[in-house]
Design a protein around this ligand. Structure first.
Ligand code: NAD
Length: 330
C-alpha cells in the first residue's frame, strides 16, 4: 500500500470523519482511518484502509504511524454526548484528553507535525456575545466542552515546545448527509435535532420534544447555526492545505453565520418531507443558551472557507434521503 499522501484520520468511521475521508480521497489524499468502532461504522470507511485501534493504545498508534508515515493527522475521535459527560466526566477526560495526549506523543515520536482538530462551539459555553467570535471568552459549562478546551490548550503547548502546528476547528451544529447518499449521520444514541425529528416521524426513535419555548428568541425556541457536513469536510481539506503550505496554528469557527430556531427546523422538515411533525413541549435543558451562531469571518480570511450547501432545505433533504436508506437497509 502506498503511503504517499497519507493522512491519518482518527474517528474516520464516524459521522464527520467519514465525510471528510471522502473529500480527502476526491482531492488525491489517502485517508487512513484509525477508529476503535465504539461509535463508528465499518461500512462508513470506503475511501482508504481502516486500522482498528484505540487512541489510548500507544503501541498500536505508533505501529500505524510507522506503517503509513502520514503527512498530517485529522483528529475527530472523541466522545461527544454532553449529558453523559456530566454523569461520567472521567470517561470524557480519559478519552478526549488522554487519547489526544497519546496521539500527540505518537506524532512527536514519528515526526508528524501537523494536526487538524475537531473542537466545538461548546467551548464557548453560554457565550457573552453572538455571533460568537474566536476571541469570545471560552467558558464551557460541561465536561465535554472542558475536555475539548483542554485539548486546545494542549495543542498550543505542543506548538510552543515541539513546533507541532494545528488548526482547531470549532464546529457549530453538524448536520445533513452526503449528497450522493453513500454515508450520513448514524449516531447511536442519536441526540442531534434533525435526525431525532426524522426518526420520530418514521417510528425509528422515541417521540420528539422541544426543550423550552420560553427563550428570549422570536419564537421562543433555541437558535443554532446548522452547517452541512459536506461543508465541514471541505473546511478540513482547506485547513489541511493551509498547514501543508506552512500555515501557523489557528483556531477557527466553522458555521454559516445564520441561525435557525427549533421551530424553523420543524417547519423545514415538514416542507421538505410533506409530512406533519408531531412533538411535545418539554422543559428547558440545563446549560442550553438561547442562541449560538458563529462569526465566520476568520475562517473565510484564513482558509478562504465559505459554505456551499448549508441551506436548510438541502440539509434536511439529504438527511431525509439518508434516513430512508438506513430504514431500507435494516
Ligand atoms: N456532530 C457535531 O455536531 C459536532 C459538533 C462539534 C464538534 N464535534 C466533534 O467532532 C468530532 C466528530 O464528531 P461526530 O459527530 O462525527 O462523532 P462520531 O461519534 O460519529 O465519530 C467519532 C468517532 O471516533 C471514534 N472514537 C472515539 N473514541 C475513540 C478512541 N479512543 N480511539 C479510536 N476511535 C475512537 C468513534 O468510534 C467514532 O467513529 C468529535 O470530536 C466531536 O466532539 C461534533
Amino acid at each position: 500500500m502506498t503511503t504517499e499522501n497519507s493522512i491519518l484520520v482518527t474517528g474516520g468511521a464516524g459521522y464527520i470523519g467519514s465525510h471528510t475521508c471522502k473529500r480527502l480521497a476526491e482531492s488525491g489524499y489517502t485517508p487512513i482511518t484509525f477508529d476503535n468502532l465504539s461509535y463508528g461504522h465499518r461500512h462508513a470507511v470506503k475511501w482508504g484502509p481502516l486500522e482498528v485501534g484505540d487512541l489510548t493504545d500507544a503501541g498500536r498508534l505508533d505501529a500505524v504511524m510507522k506503517q503509513y508515515k502520514p503527512q498530517a493527522v485529522i483528529h475527530f475521535a472523541a466522545y461527544s454526548l454532553v449529558g453523559e459527560s456530566v454523569r461520567d466526566p472521567g470517561k470524557y477526560y480519559g478519552n478526549n484528553v488522554g487519547g489526544t495526549l497519546s496521539l500527540l506523543n505518537a506524532m512527536n515520536a514519528n515526526g508528524v507535525d501537523k494536526i487538524v482538530f475537531s473542537s466545538t462551539c461548546a467551548t464557548y459555553g453560554i457565550p457573552s456575545e453572538v455571533p460568537i467570535r474566536e476571541t469570545t471568552p471560552q467558558r464551557p459549562v460541561n465536561p465535554y466542552g472542558h475536555s475539548k478546551l483542554a485539548v486546545e490548550q494542549m495543542l498550543a503547548d505542543f506548538d510552543t515546545a515541539h513546533d507541532l502546528r494545528h488548526v482547531a476547528l470549532r464546529y457549530f451544529n453538524a448536520c445533513g448527509a452526503d449528497r450522493d447518499g453513500e454515508i450520513g449521520e448514524e449516531h447511536e444514541p442519536e441526540t442531534h435535532l434533525i435526525p431525532r425529528i426524522l426518526q420520530s416521524m418514521t417510528g425509528h426513535g422515541p417521540g420528539f420534544a422541544i426543550f423550552g419555548e420560553d427563550y428570549p428568541t422570536p419564537d421562543g425556541t433555541c437558535i443554532r447555526d446548522y452547517i452541512h457536513v459536506e461543508d465541514l469536510a471541505q473546511g478540513h481539506l482547506l485547513a489541511l492545505r493551509y498547514l501543508m503550505a506552512g500555515g501557523q496554528s489557528e483556531q477557527l469557527n466553522l458555521g454559516t453565520g445564520h441561525g435557525y430556531s427549533v421551530r424553523q427546523i420543524v417547519d423545514a422538515v415538514e416542507t421538505v418531507t410533506g409530512q406533519k411533525v408531531d412533538y411535545d413541549i418539554g422543559p428547558r435543558r440545563a446549560g442550553d443558551p438561547p442562541e449560538l451562531t458563529a462569526d465566520t469571518s476568520k475562517a473565510k480570511q484564513v482558509l478562504g472557507f465559505e459554505t456551499r450547501v448549508s441551506d436548510i432545505e438541502t440539509i434536511v433533504a439529504n438527511a431525509w434521503t439518508f434516513h430512508q436508506s438506513v430504514i431500507n437497509r435494516n
